[in-house]
Write a protein that binds this ligand. Sequence first.
Ligand code: GLN
Length: 244
Amino acid sequence: MAKERSLRIAHLYPELLNLYGDSGNMLVLRKRLEWRQMACHVDEVHVGQLPSLAHADIVFVGGGSDREQRIVCDSLQSARTELAAFVEDGGVLVAVCGGYQLLGHSYTMGDEEVKGLSLVDLYTTRGSPRLVGNVVVKSRISSQPIVGYENHGGRTHLGAGVEPLGKVLGGYGNNGESGEEGCLYKNVLGTYVHGPLLPKNPGVADWILSRALERKYGDAELEPLDDTEELAANQYCAELYTQH
Ligand code: GLN
């Protein structure tokens, strides 16, 4: 019998960073493990607590408003050393929108600068108007286009060595000008895509799971699932969101 496998997720600040259903991503990761006879443990980390990453396989940070980002900033700074060690060791970190912005060096709003974690070489400034609407992205990590919803004032700029998550086919992405969306660095995935991200993007969910299983067990293989409904939803959105 195959060795029993399981993954542990640290979900940072779910009470503050849960825009547009971002916490729903936890349900998708859990179900896609359970459907394959693997267990999933989710440890919620609240503001003021420090995440213990010694046993974490995946860290998830959702999006939030500027106000909420200011609140989590201090908490995040106290976790910086541990998070940086986790990332450099190949830990899987998924961050959406406000969480994505905090992976970088800074988020500047006029005269005010919210310090980021500098886990990935990128920075964000707030611009006008907000970039709002449906988004479609072509990415090497998923055989389907990535579809979802974005709503951000921030314009994110990637450092020279940072790979984008993908190319924008519809919507704005990182800053509305580069034609790029999100970032990939080691096993870090940053993106503006809410929705939540994973229910309509099974390829992204399985990329996250296989990266974590590879690091933990040296085996990234995942049994295929019947994704008929997820793929139909994905295709419907991809077609609708790329119509002009
Ligand atoms: N506060 C950030 C911005 O507006 C992030 C918003 C979000 O997470 N959707 O750019």
